[in-house]
Design a protein around this ligand. Sequence first.
Ligand code: ADP
Ligand code: MG
Length: 831
Amino acid sequence: ETRNEATPCQTFKKELSQPAVFIPVDRLPEIQEARLKLPILAEEQVVMEAVRENPCTVLCGETGSGKTTQVPQFLYEAGYASGDGIIGITEPRRVAAVSMSQRVAKEMNLSSRVVSYQIRYEGNVSNETKIKFMTDGVLLKEIQKDFLLQKYSVIIIDEAHERSVYTDILIGLLSRIVPLRNKKGHPMKLLVMSATLRIEDFTENRKLFPVPPPVIKVESRQFPVTVHFNKRTPMEDYAGEVFRKTCKIHRMLPPGGILVFLTGQAEVHSVCWRLRKAFPFRPNCTETGKEDQDTSEDRRSFKKTKQKKTVSLPRIDLDNYSALPVDEGDEDRQAGIGDEEEGSDLDLELGDEPGVSEEKSDPSLPLYVLPLYSLLPPEQQAKVFRPPPAGTRLCVVATNVAETSLTIPGIKYVVDCGRVKKRFYDRVTGVSSFKVDWTSQASANQRAGRAGRTEPGHCYRLYSSAVFGDFKEFSEAEITRRPVDDLVLQMKDLNIEKVVNFPFPTPPSSEALVSAENLLLSLGALEEPPPSGRLKDMERARLSCPITSLGRVMASFPVAPRYAKILALGNQQDCLPYVITLVAAMTVREIFQELDRPAGSEEENSRLAQRRARQAQMKRLWAGQGASLQLGDLMVMLGAVGASEFAGCTPKFCEENGLRYKAMIEIRRLRGQLTTTVNAVCPKAGLFLDNKMAPPTESQVRCLRQIVLAGLGDHLARRVQAEDLLDPKWRNGYKTPLLDDPVFIHPSSPLFKILPEFVVYQEVMETSKMYMRGVSAVEQDWIPQLLPQYCHFGKPLETPAPYLCPETGRVKCHRDSTFFRVGWQLPAVEM
Ligand code: ADP
Ligand code: MG
């Protein structure tokens, strides 16, 4: 077995056919010793030759084989950062970008000024930086500034198997940028690093790489992992099951670290707290002790998750340009798993230890419990890499960030809840949310593999083998699961007009692309193609429209295009601070506490009724009177945010008035960020974040209603007319262009009693009925003026061909006209 006797780079570099530069690195002896054990070291020569001889190379290997930490060092030593370019590495997750830059700096004995990172909100890049770790969104943003990425001599796309949307798009873009750089005589290299799964999406895709890139496989040692399935599958309290199983392992099994997989931050804290309570560990050293004992946050989370077992979070669009805000991802990795068996000797069934309660504190068995998730501060994250204090067992409670991005040393046992928190997108409304769902088989195998890095291990799956059999084989690429209007806008901003021809590793459906182009056209973000006689030509032309200057402004806002349009129109009558607040509130969603749930006891019921009454009273107050009432639900949001900010946005204020504290904090952060972006786009706006905003005046409210109409134009609804009322299901109903069935104003809306003839809405949610959310009233006269793209002006509705408006020379296409679909007729309007 010569594999692990890696050739020290110094020796082989002399043997290279072409003499290469060699930049010495002064590593500490213990670092050098650890490096030489990594499987990738044996492949250094192969990797470097492939990179030298090919513009693009694919490298795949097991997690922990040393790809992320070592390959940047190989490139550095070979001189890729000593000319006029530096080495760039992208990660889909912030946590990986930060911790990997720190690790590589440490291994190379260089400062963070030389080996640096850049993530969305922070970074330590300097003019000395040679190796730069960043999130994929950061590099995408840099491409928007300099398409040829001139400051890099090599780009490494790491964790490509995660198939994050930005990683996919970056690979597509770089497949074109690299040949362009070569043609210009300023060559750049691309290295795609991935786990060993499904690399065919990259290598066999001729549209992406006309010449297939060489694939280098790093073999690594994986010890057998015995997989134990549960007989039963807990559906509800799986976090409790995770806790109990971890207690059993700790009590009964030989030494070795435990790695626990859960789905989200709150669960992680809750389980940490229970484990620390069960197996207290009191360090007498001061170094790590203080933070380790600080369990207050864990306790808070425990209380919270105890009440609410399934986690479902609203999506925050803060991260359009950065790593994902919560731990999630597509897990396409296969681990070298040993024999799977049910009911082996070590299989622990619950209740096999009578008389011992796990909740009872047992200080004789100290457990060193550490949380690990994306948003944990880096210094806390770094602890998982250090050996646990003497006499304790390490137990890391993690989200799926520990699945592929980070390798934790010394893990022998894995406890897998089998679930993952995922984004779900609604194809009709484009709305998304986070839900807990089963993971995929590939992902579960990857989790199990974490137990076999240093010696044979065990994986406890808290679900039955039948449930495992029903898991999807792989998770799908994110890009196929969501609407793409924001991506299409970003691409158009990069002057990629024919998005259909873009070399996506996995293309989104053409249906998704067409509806994205149509939405962007109607928002005015794209240029309408010149009129042409044939509908077919028109359709084709509509798929390659260039971006407008409005579109460029919209592309600079990190929110969905409809809301970006609202922001872009917001600089009128001093409305911008209100517009920013509205967009932030609409993006965060669910700002009110859900108080409609049936409660248990009488006492609880009356308490809930009181809180509901208080919430309703506040909603009425925030909705205002007269003109502001017409802004409807959006006025309520504006009033709620205004009031809570005025009161200092305290948990107490939110609790008393039926607001979700977390949502209010998110809105505050997003308002800050949007204010900064607006100031950058429009310096003369000179905005600042005002937490003592006065309510908008009557004319400002009117202006806000028009701005909202212009952005939400495709979400216009009209109250049903007399002829439809023959069918009782249409009573008080509204017609929309997207749906055949009526939609309704929710009884909690201030517009419920008013039933305006025309409204716009944020989204339609189906509960007991199809309800519109975020409803605002609009005046009929405004529609043809603000949304001419949806109107016919005095022509009969039957006209099948696109209609050229003689006044403006613009084409009106009937087929997707709102008014055509719902049969509205508007008076002809002077343009
Ligand atoms: P890969 O990218 O192939 O998954 P890595 O380069 O991330 O592999 O990891 C290689 C080795 O370096 C692993 O054994 C891992 O445990 C170790 N390692 C990574 N980061 C740290 C760190 N911050 N501290 C100590 N060891 C680390
Ligand atoms: Mg890695």
